[in-house]
Design a protein around this ligand. Structure first.
Ligand code: G3P
Length: 218
């Protein structure tokens, strides 16, 4: 399973990259707004900076909602850097735009996916990635990971090439369960990635080893 980081924060991207386990980055308009990025030029410069930090796919989301706007905007985003993947919302116009990008050799990430039916449409349109939002499904009292399992099973049965990118990850356990469910990619906040490191028995064991190592030296 590939690890992407779900942020537009350059310091967090750097920290995850330096761990040596980062395969890519996803962003969205909310994450860009959090960083105070405003205006077309600043947005393009920020995506370029991210692409220069990480050697892997960087999802950049269109802001328009019509087919024409998404295609126009996505073409410009794709020109920023070869690693840009155009992120398109799951709407009727979005599906048409994904098909256009597929036909023109531009990679896409279909976002805001909450059902298996939507995931089938994204795959039919040739999306490179489909992004089910598992944390938001959990928020509405359903099991987000069950949707990952269902989509993985459908894609395997049908031979769809679209990669299942589990998004809206909130906890380290989400990452573990998505790995178990067969997700191709997990896009995670830095806190969830770092959370995977933690186990109290590791801390206790290390304290003991450090103490015993000192006694070996004296
Ligand atoms: O990748 C989608 C993600 O950013 C949404 O996460 O926590 O806002 O549901 P969240």
């Amino acid at each position: 399973m590939k690890f992407f980081i779900d942020t537009a924060n350059l310091a967090q991207i750097k920290e995850a990259y330096e761990l040596g386990i980062l395969d890519g980055v996803t962003t969205n308009p909310t994450l860009m707004a959090k960083e105070g990025i405003k205006g077309t030029e600043a947005i393009a410069a920020h995506y370029k900076a991210i692409c220069e930090m990480v050697d892997g796919p960087v999802s950049a989301e269109v802001l328009g909602t019509t087919y024409a706007d998404m295609v126009e905007e996505g073409k410009k985003l794709a020109q920023i850097h070869e690693n840009i993947v155009v992120k398109i919302p799951m709407t009727k116009d979005g599906i048409k735009a994904i098909k256009w990008f597929t036909d023109n050799g531009i990679r896409t990430n279909c976002t805001l996916v909450f059902s298996a039916g939507q995931a089938i449409l994204a795959a039919k349109a040739g999306a490179t990635y489909v992004s089910p939002f598992i944390g938001r499904i959990d928020d509405s009292n359903w099991d987000g990971v069950q949707l990952i399992e269902q989509i993985v099973s459908i894609y395997n049965a049908q031979g769809f090439m679209t990669e299942v990118l589990a998004a809206s990850i909130r906890t380290p356990m989400h990452i573990v369960r998505c790995a178990e469910a067969g997700a191709d990619v997990c896009t995670c906040p830095l806190s969830s990635i770092l959370g995977l490191l933690k186990h109290p028995l590791t801390d206790l064991g290390l304290q003991q080893f450090i103490a015993d190592a000192k006694s070996l030296q004296s």
